[in-house]
Design a protein around this ligand. Structure first.
Ligand code: FES
Ligand code: FES
Length: 221
């Protein structure tokens, strides 16, 4: 493969070369689902509205000497755009054998019903945690603002994801609200959620050191 005949990228830790002439309209979502068989990336609207096709694209920042992760709508990303990128799909985040804390909290937090939107929520939250392992509530709200759910309702999804903020900040997560706890002063934007549906205190903690590393093959470009 040369720079003029094809593209090179990495998906979930596996290098991928596409060395034929690329259809400029071939989308990343189509390639992931139909060429690599990664059907965890869902297709809903196919026009950038629903977020169900969200995957993570990571690129290496030589200046900061670290990777930057961003959630993108794979239905809108032309495949040629991912040249030299690290693509992470929901299959690369966790599995039934090794579930990721995001998936664990959404699943056991009753944050899904049909589950069609769930991979998209997982990937948006995943991009956030890779960049900010100790996210704020505002960062979480911002991260999932482009993800739609048609059946569950958003409260359990928010509670599951907010738990990452409470965990890293040492916040009581609502238990002290109305009393002497930290929430009284710091959680005005989430006061409506003071009576928690579920406590995530006993869930496995998020450990950034367990994440898949940025592929060395992409750092040499
Ligand atoms: Fe809806 Fe991509 S399928 S945003
Ligand atoms: Fe069905 Fe979200 S759980 S669309």
């Amino acid at each position: 493969v040369t720079a003029t005949t094809g593209i090179f990228f990495n998906v979930n830790g596996k290098d991928v070369w596409v060395d034929q002439n690329l259809d400029p309209e071939l989308s990343l979502a189509y390639f992931l689902r139909n060429k690599l068989g990664l059907r965890g990336t869902k297709l809903g609207c196919e026009e950038g509205v629903c977020g169900s096709c969200t995957v993570v694209l990571a690129t290496w920042d030589d200046t900061c000497n670290k990777a930057h992760y961003r959630a993108v709508n794979a239905c809108l990303v032309p495949l040629f755009h991912v040249h030299k990128s690290f693509v992470i799909t929901v299959e690369g985040v966790g599995s039934r054998d090794k579930i990721h804390p995001i998936q664990d909290r959404l699943a056991r937090g009753h944050a899904l019903q049909c589950g069609f939107c769930s991979p998209g929520f997982v990937m948006s939250a995943y991009a956030l945690l890779r960049n900010h392992p100790n996210p704020t509530i505002d960062q979480i709200n911002s991260a999932i603002r482009a993800n739609l759910c048609r059946c569950t309702g958003y409260r359990p999804i928010l509670e599951a994801l907010y738990s990452f903020s409470y965990e890293s900040s040492g916040c009581c997560g609502g238990k002290g609200a109305g009393g002497s706890g930290c929430c009284k002063e710091t959680r005005s934007e989430t006061e409506e959620y003071e009576d928690k549906l579920l406590s995530f205190e006993d869930f496995p903690k998020y450990d950034p050191t367990q994440e898949i590393i940025f592929p060395p093959s992409l750092r040499s470009f």
